[in-house]
Design a protein around this ligand. Structure first.
Ligand code: CAO
Length: 425
């Protein structure tokens, strides 16, 4: 079986998290991803958050599977020649450098387009054109500027960032879609194009329901938010709504049996209108089915706190898994709060390849997230991340067809640094 992006060659100038997320996805769909790293240094994450001395960090390995690594100093004149040849041979250049870096390197879009008119140049920046376009950005900055932080947390507390990396991995995912769209368009036009995605824009795209609520505020209070039932007036901006679903189907995180000692003994419970009657039966309030004060979604909205408190009396008598099993029999949408430990041990996630065990020559075995997007005719086999410069010679010989003499001259120029680390497999 072949893979969806087989034959597509990616020149990968990404680093840290946002860009590598994108190119890892492309590699998982079968693209040949050639990651370019600075000789002797590499992606900064190789050495960050190291849990084992001198071994590529999990931060790096978990974002760079299925890629090849070459070392190349693109500020070195010979390095620029090699880069020019790589641009000729590749289909897509992906980068998430700080603003202006590619231009300073001597490879603005116009030049790349002139070298290879079919090349797609895909970039992540913190902000799009405007007052902040020159700013460097990391995950939490994007969460704050994209609307997520102001709407996350408790009403009386400070804004909160979320553990889901919506700024980095979220934007990488957006960029990957832009790249495949541009590749598809190229099949008809024969031309490359620029693909850009700003982290602020990516986060906002994921926070669109809050922009929806911002506009609904102009027409009255947000009745799905618990503060409505509490009689707390709304201000002029969407408030933080804690664990309220805030949507058409009210939901909350509720305690389950064992919550006193287990920080994750909770369940998310949604009171979807079509299953209101079974909910009433299960929690022991059958009269709520016909009681005009409870029978319709609209009359329940001001009483959400009291309703969820009553449901919680029931969930506290069950473990989160028992509650899930009972509720699902009646199609009541709910989900246990799963810890990372529980997810790591979940055999069904292993079976689907969503969680994979990978072997690495210097690290040994570790767990990673596999491809969350499953294509029936393009399976993903997760391959360990490359060592720094592991494929430099291989790429220069086989992709660029450089001779021994040419390779020796490049080595002598210092453009590819020291001899690449050998894989001890
Ligand atoms: N050879 C020679 N030089 C190289 C090179 C190579 N192979 N690869 C990179 N470099 C140089 C660049 O030319 C640049 O040098 P100059 O500043 O002199 O032009 C430098 O290394 C990289 O600069 P940078 O601004 O990208 O890196 P940084 O560590 O200062 O900033 C970051 C990191 C992430 C804040 C910045 O890249 C950024 O804002 N990126 C866009 C937004 C983004 O993706 N953020 C998410 C990161 S994940 O949390």
């Amino acid at each position: 079986m072949t893979q969806a992006l087989k034959g597509v060659r990616i020149l990968d100038f990404t680093h840290v998290q946002s860009g590598p997320t994108c190119t890892q996805l492309l590699a998982w769909f079968g693209a040949d991803v050639i990651k370019v790293e600075r000789p002797g240094v590499g992606d900064i994450t190789r050495g960050q958050l190291q849990d084992i001395p001198k071994v590529d960090s999990l931060y790096f390995t978990m974002l760079n599977h299925n890629k090849r690594s070459i070392t190349l100093d693109t500020k070195n004149p010979t390095g620029k020649e090699v880069l020019t040849r790589l641009i000729e041979e590749c289909d897509v250049l992906v980068e998430n450098f700080g603003p202006g870096v590619l231009d300073r390197m001597g490879f603005p879009w116009e030049k790349i387009h002139a070298i290879n008119p079919r090349m797609i140049v895909a970039s992540i920046k913190g902000f799009g054109p405007g007052p902040y376009e020159d700013c460097k950005v990391y995950e939490n900055v994007a969460q704050c500027t994209g609307g997520s932080a102001s709407t996350t947390g408790f009403r009386d507390g400070v804004p909160l960032v979320t553990g889901a990396q919506i700024g980095d991995s979220g934007t990488g995912l957006h960029l990957a879609l832009g790249i495949v769209a541009a590749l598809f368009q190229r099949t008809m036009t024969g031309q490359g194009q620029k693909v850009t995605c700003a982290m602020q824009d990516g986060v906002l795209n994921l926070c669109r329901v809050k922009l929806r609520d911002q506009q609904r505020l102009d027409h009255g209070p947000l009745k799905e938010y618990s503060q409505y039932g509490e009689g707390v007036p709304f201000g002029d901006a969407v408030p933080r709504a804690a664990n309220d679903s805030g949507g058409g189907q009210p939901g909350r995180i509720l305690k389950c049996k064992g919550w006193e000692s287990d920080p994750n003994a909770y369940i998310y419970f949604i009171t979807q209108a079509p299953v209101w009657e079974p909910i009433c039966d299960i929690i022991g309030e059958p009269t709520w089915k016909s009681d005009p004060d409870y029978a319709t979604p609209a009359v329940r909205l001001p009483k959400l706190n009291a309703i969820f408190a009553r449901i919680e009396q029931w969930t506290m008598t069950k473990t989160k898994f028992e509650a899930m099993e009972i509720l699902n029999k009646y199609d009541i949408p709910c989900g246990p709060i799963l810890s990372m430990k529980e997810i790591a041990e979940d055999q069904s996630l292993r079976a689907t390849g969503t969680v994979v065990e990978v072997d690495h020559p210097t690290r040994g075995k570790y767990l990673s997230v596999g491809n969350p997007i499953k294509l029936s005719a393009s399976p993903t086999d997760v391959v360990r991340s490359p060592l720094l410069g592991e494929h430099t010679e291989e790429v220069l010989r086989k992709v660029l067809n450089f001779s021994d003499e040419k390779l020796a001259a490049i080595k002598a120029s210092g453009a590819i640094g020291q001899a690449p680390a050998a894989a001890a497999e």
